[in-house]
Design a binder for this molecule. Structure first.
Ligand code: DAH
Length: 335
């Protein structure tokens, strides 16, 4: 057989072998056999090198053509096998990768709604620090040194003489000196009490404090504001509101506001009166301490815990759910 015949045969065999390879292993085996360093192509290339120069001139183009054909057949086989792999059938019955959607904490939801309601009533949203000075938390709010609210039992005192604010009323003390009446402001934030934790008390909770200073402000404005706030936040139309005279050093007169849901299940805590907030007309001494002339300006203020509000809304009966970080509980109230 001549070298020309061998070359033709190599081409036919090689192209056929690559085309017949049914998987990657078979293709690799054929590659070694035809294109490998000891394969048939190398062998014939050597034979070509040893041929007479006249034969070389004639067979050179044939050799090149065989090499190209083998290379192309090999690449075509590779592509064919790769696309077979990609076309592998997909099992549509396999369970997908589960993605959990996060949800906003019930307190964050109410806090945002509070800010929306009050923004719509023209209130400015303000803020203050958690670590507070005695003077702002108590002194300027007309709570003298010997007042029981300063009792160490109620307050987390820090070594540096500061404290964790016990109520958002402290923000009133900070804001008054920087404000020119008339103004309406609201603050939502955490407060802290040295308190035994049970189903209705926590040592950390969230308060809303609103305060309005203007000319001719009276208790009717206060009651109207509270009703507007509660109907927006509780999203129920069976809310009954009751005001009781009460004492807070920073207001005069002061009230406690109770709420009852008239359509609530009779076994529910909220079919009975629940104390929801404190409020009153800002005490003249508090205005004065803040640099505001009480003979010209009056105001009202109110403060309430958001946890209790969120609990009424969702029918939650234990406040510990709120800071318990048990996602199984919290996810139920997600928005
Ligand atoms: N700061 C009071 C508390 O934490 C709540 C409060 C009562 C706020 C009466 C007020 C108010 O602004 O007028 O118990």
């Amino acid at each position: 057989m001549s070298l020309r015949d061998d070359l033709e045969l190599l081409k036919t065999d090689g192209v056929a072998a690559f085309a017949a390879a049914g998987d990657a292993a078979a293709l690799e085996e054929a590659r070694i056999r035809f294109l490998g360093s000891n394969g048939r192509e190398k062998e014939l290339t050597k034979a070509f090198g040893a041929a007479a120069s006249e034969d070389k001139r004639a067979l050179g183009p044939v050799l090149n053509q065989v090499k190209t054909a083998l290379k192309e057949a090999f690449i075509a086989a590779q592509d064919r096998l790769a696309s077979v792999e990609n076309d592998a059938p997909i099992d549509l019955t396999l369970p997908g990768a589960e993605r959990r959607r996060g949800s906003r904490h019930p307190i964050s939801q109410v806090a945002q709604e509070v800010e929306e309601v009050f923004s719509s009533m023209g209130y400015e949203i303000v803020d203050g620090p958690h670590v507070e000075m005695d003077e702002f938390n108590f002194g300027r709010l007309n709570i003298p040194e010997n007042h029981p609210a300063r009792d160490h039992q109620d307050t987390f005192w820090l070594d540096n003489g500061k404290l964790l604010r016990t109520h958002t009323s402290a923000v009133q003390s900070r804001v008054y000196p920087q404000s020119t009446p008339p103004f309406r402001k609201v603050v939502v934030g955490k407060v802290f009490r040295y308190e035994a934790v049970d189903a209705t008390h926590d040592n950390t909770f969230t308060q809303v404090e609103g305060f309005v200073v203007d000319e001719g402000v009276n208790a009717k404005h206060l009651v109207g504001t509270i009703r507007t706030m509660l109907s927006a936040l509780l999203k129920r139309d069976d809310i009954e509101v009751r005001l009781r005279p009460s004492f807070f050093p920073f207001v005069e007169p002061g009230f406690e506001v109770d709420v009852r849901l008239t359509q609530a299940d009779p076994s529910s805590r909220f079919s009975r009166w629940v104390e929801l907030l404190g409020c009153g007309m800002i005490h003249p001494k508090v205005l004065e301490a803040g640099g505001i002339d009480p003979t010209r300006w009056q105001g009202f203020a109110f403060g309430l815990g958001l946890e209790r509000l969120a609990m009424i809304r969702h029918g939650i009966t234990d406040i510990r759910v709120m800071h318990g970080a048990d996602l199984r509980s919290l996810r139920q109230f997600g928005a």
